[in-house]
Design a protein around this ligand. Structure first.
Ligand SMILES: [Fe+2]
Length: 107
């Protein structure tokens, strides 16, 4: 849901800037066939997003677009919290093992 809200913010900002958003070209999603792989693939995606948002913020600063910079900074903080959560999940899996981790998720 957070990622969908981010997409809405991007689309609204692009329309505000009187451009046309392109929503037909999406990045490939790698899910994985097990919970740990799912988290690791999600970590890769979030890590890439954090790099991209930092690069975009740098560009927004360079062109003096503070409205876009503020939006990107807000989304960047969300992405940082996402990767923090994923790292906590991976640490729990490492410490307690996947069996206990999974049983904790359903209790
Ligand atoms: Fe995210």
């Amino acid at each position: 849901m957070d990622e969908m809200k981010h997409a809405e913010k991007h689309i609204s900002r692009i329309i505000f800037l009187e451009e046309r958003p392109v929503v037909s070209e999406l990045n490939k999603i790698h899910i994985g066939d097990a919970v740990e792989a799912f988290h690791k693939n999600d970590w890769e995606a979030e890590s890439g997003a954090i790099i991209a948002y930092n690069d975009a913020i740098k560009l927004a600063v360079e062109v003096g677009d503070n409205g876009t910079r503020e939006m990107l900074e807000s989304i960047l903080k969300d992405e940082e919290s996402h990767i923090d959560w994923i790292e906590a999940q991976l640490a729990q899996i490492k410490q307690m093992g996947i069996q206990v981790y999974l049983s904790e998720q359903i209790s």
